[in-house]
Design a binder for this molecule. Structure first.
Ligand code: F6P
Length: 365
């Protein structure tokens, strides 16, 4: 254990995610009660670090928050200190404000930073590490697309929400003999679609890792009708795409360091089916940010707590430049570099995809 650590900073970066508050609570409680440290929480992610906006986290401030959604510190998925945007007379300008952020940390007397974030925020954290800041990361994202860990916190809550939505869509699909399409998040990976689809009994699951052919989907729906099953449930990941086709982009956020926002593939799938099966009614639901909001399920409260405790322990052990990670049943640490190298994707030949196929799920291939 390193003995001259007195004060750490923490921030939540990127899109919010169920379980953030449980991590904040676990970090603050472990740091204060276990090691006698002071804890500073920066407001609105890296924006607060650049603008020197923060609060002192004491035990009272983090009490009773582990079951709550969102983040008590606020977050932002647009503010990168290394490419910091400002808007002047309607024009977006970028500048490197990382030295300003480091000088803020020095003035506060911080011994380092715990960054709770996905690949974007951990990339920024890694750049600070390379500039000499002591950094430890905590893997956050509903998308579950970070390498170096089996699971990110927040993912299972998002799956729970999507699975519940499928249960509700099932009953109305059956009543009206309709095809129901549910578009879920996940960026360039199909983790949420795959898990929610299996859990919610979807007939078709479309994920970016397995480009689909519309003919195969039509075949599956038609076969179900022949069997007397006059409704179908289709789960589409926002990053899914047809074979030889393109991913559907909803909009570009010019101020964001990762400007592409996906969305719209659910409607495309519905239109393409509708053109071919004119006598069948189709409806589309885009689940959107409901997947990010609300209380974390118990699994995520526990995982977040374990991650928060482990992050402080890693910091005190001087394991800088690492991210806490779940491997099997154990929490360990991996270099942040390994976690951000590649997006972790669903393996098309994985046991879970095979299990889904065994129970009749069609992947449109
Ligand atoms: O990474 C989390 C996530 O919710 C993705 O699943 C989604 O594509 C994106 O963020 C949405 O971003 P925003 O909140 O900027 O619309």
């Amino acid at each position: 254990m390193i003995s001259n650590i007195n004060q750490i900073g923490i921030l939540t970066g990127g899109g919010d995610c169920p379980g953030l508050n449980a991590v904040i609570r676990a970090i603050a409680k472990t740091a204060i009660m276990g090691y006698g440290l002071e804890v500073i929480g920066f407001i609105d992610g890296f924006k607060g670090l650049v603008e020197n906006r923060y609060i002192q986290l004491d035990l009272r401030k983090v009490s009773g928050i582990s079951h709550t959604g969102g983040t008590v510190l606020g977050t932002s998925n647009r503010d990168n200190p290394f490419k910091y945007f400002t808007v002047s007379e309607g024009n977006v300008q970028h500048s490197d404000e990382s030295d300003r952020a480091i000088s803020n940390m020095h003035h506060l007397g911080l011994d380092g930073l715990i960054v709770i974030g996905g690949d974007g925020s951990l990339n920024i954290a890694n750049q600070f590490q390379e500039k000499g800041v002591n950094v430890v990361g905590v893997p956050k994202t509903i998308d579950n697309d970070l390498s170096g860990t089996d699971v990110t916190f927040g993912f299972n809550t998002a799956v729970n929400t999507a699975s519940e939505a499928l249960d509700r869509l099932h009953t109305t699909a059956e009543s009206h003999h309709r095809v129901m399409v549910l578009e879920v998040m996940g960026r360039y990976t199909g983790w949420i679609a795959l898990h929610a689809g299996i859990s919610g009994g979807a007939d078709v699951i479309l994920i970016p890792e397995i480009p689909y052919k519309i003919d195969e989907i039509i075949k599956k729906i038609s076969e179900r009708y022949r069997q007397g099953k006059n409704f179908s449930i289709i789960v589409v990941a926002e990053g899914a795409l047809p074979e030889h086709g393109e991913i559907v982009i909803r909009n570009l956020v010019s101020t964001s360091h990762d400007p592409i926002r996906l969305g719209g593939i659910g409607n495309k799938v519905a239109e393409d089916i509708g053109e071919r099966l004119k006598n069948i009614e189709i409806r589309v639901t885009v689940l959107g940010h409901l997947q990010r909001g609300g209380s974390p399920i118990p699994y995520d409260r526990i995982l977040s707590t374990r991650y928060g405790v482990a992050a402080v322990e890693a910091f005190m052990d001087g394991k800088f430049g690492t991210m806490v990670s779940l491997q099997g049943r154990e929490i360990t640490t991996v270099p942040i570099n390994d976690a951000i190298k590649d997006i972790r994707k669903v393996e098309p030949d994985s046991a879970l995809v095979k299990a889904a196929r065994s129970v009749g799920v069609n992947f449109g291939d």
